[in-house]
Design a protein around this ligand. Structure first.
Ligand code: HEC
Ligand code: HEC
Length: 302
């Protein structure tokens, strides 16, 4: 509740809430006094239906009135104990965030040792351990499958993790670093620098690198442009650079799709793939286990 930008809204809530409760109290006082029958006689309100069904001016039953008072007292006690009145935090100090953190801590105390047992194993030992891999697979399905697919086969913009084509390296430490710290691919846009003709030429050259059909004249014109503008990141032989996640362009495996249109779009507009960091979110133990699982998917292939 400390998120108000000015104390106005805090006071607004305090005054309307307390005013509301006080208002209810006064209203009930007033009505229960005003409706007391004069003398012993109970008056009718002068409304009669169906011949003999009359509206009487009886006071509310005592128990009924008391229920109203109890709800008011409950409301006031609640507002003293818990947050509710503007930015006043309540004397119990309860909050959604602290409650959530407490629950997470409890879960970690309970399940942490379970993960720790596997996290203590080296990668090779862990991928030979069936139970450990099953734990890794479940973690993967929970936390990674939304982007990389439940079979880790990836999708457009989300790399396939089952092949041996790695943006940032496929050694266990590299995979773990990708998951722990996240990754940001930075492919700048070249639409302005190359203009339309240049994009066509460079794209033709890129296609030719993996033996795809492309106009040889355009490709020839694109080659020096590639060497000048692209080889710094993608390397002169287009083999890629895992230190910055620049993909190999000579293997006909495409992160953003194989079509010439998509390749031209990449060159014209740039791309910025983001792998979120999981260090804080999952903790190193779980990352270690899921990294071993990912490693196991391609470790047997060459
Ligand atoms: C929000 C989507 C998203 C989630 C969730 C996600 N990833 Fe990623 N991941 C990506 C993207 C996008 C990339 C590529 C980054 C780039 O283009 O530079 C990537 C890259 C990677 C890489 C590097 C691949 C390579 O070729 O070097 C690994 C390993 C990886 N992710 C594993 C995981 C694991 C394990 C999880 C679950 C703990 C996970 N990812 C969760 C989107 C995601
Ligand atoms: C600053 C480094 C850098 C430069 C310069 C650069 N690239 Fe890239 N390029 C990257 C990175 C990093 C990616 C991966 C982007 C991602 O992960 O989202 C990429 C991705 C690509 C892709 C998509 C590959 C795929 O698998 O889908 C193509 C095509 C490409 N670059 C071509 C070029 C061309 C052509 C040039 C020169 C005009 C160029 N790049 C210049 C860093 C660079």
């Amino acid at each position: 509740m400390a998120d108000f930008t000015s104390s106005f809204w805090s006071w607004f809530i305090i005054i309307t809430t307390l005013g509301g409760i006080l208002g209810c109290y006064l209203l009930i006082q007033w009505l229960s006094r005003g409706k007391k029958p004069e003398g012993k006689q109970i008056k009718t309100m002068g409304h009669v239906w169906d011949g003999d069904l009359a509206e009487l001016n009886n006071p509310l039953p005592r128990w009924w009135l008391n229920m109203f008072y109890i709800t008011m007292v409950f409301g006031v006690i609640y507002l003293v104990l818990y947050p509710g009145l503007g930015s006043y935090a309540g004397i119990l100090g309860w909050g959604q965030t602290t409650q959530y953190e407490k629950e997470v801590r409890r879960a970690e105390d309970r399940y942490g040792p379970y993960f720790k047992a596997y996290a203590g194993m080296g990668f090779e030992e862990l991928i030979a351990n069936e139970k450990g891999l099953a734990v890794g697979r479940r973690l993967f399905l929970n936390y990674c499958a939304t982007c990389h697919g439940s079979d880790a086969g990836g999708a457009r913009g989300f790399p396939n993790l089952t092949d041996n084509d790695w943006l940032y390296g496929g050694a266990p430490e590299n995979i773990k670093a990708s998951i722990m710290n996240g990754r940001k691919g930075i492919m700048p846009s070249f639409g302005a620098a190359l203009a339309d003709d240049g994009v066509e030429q460079v794209a033709a050259y890129v296609l030719s690198l993996s033996g795809r059909d492309s106009d040889p004249v355009l490709a020839e014109a694109g080659k020096p442009k590639f060497q000048a503008m692209c080889s710094g990141c993608h390397m002169p032989d287009a083999g890629g650079n895992q230190a910055i996640g620049a993909p190999r362009l000579s293997d006909n495996i495409w992160l953003y799709g194989a079509s010439p249109g998509s390749i031209k779009q990449t060159i014209r507009e740039g791309r910025n793939g983001v792998m979120p960091a999981h260090k804080e979110f999952l903790g190193e133990d779980k990352v270690h286990i899921v990294a071993a699982y990912v490693y196991s998917l391609s470790a047997s292939k060459d």
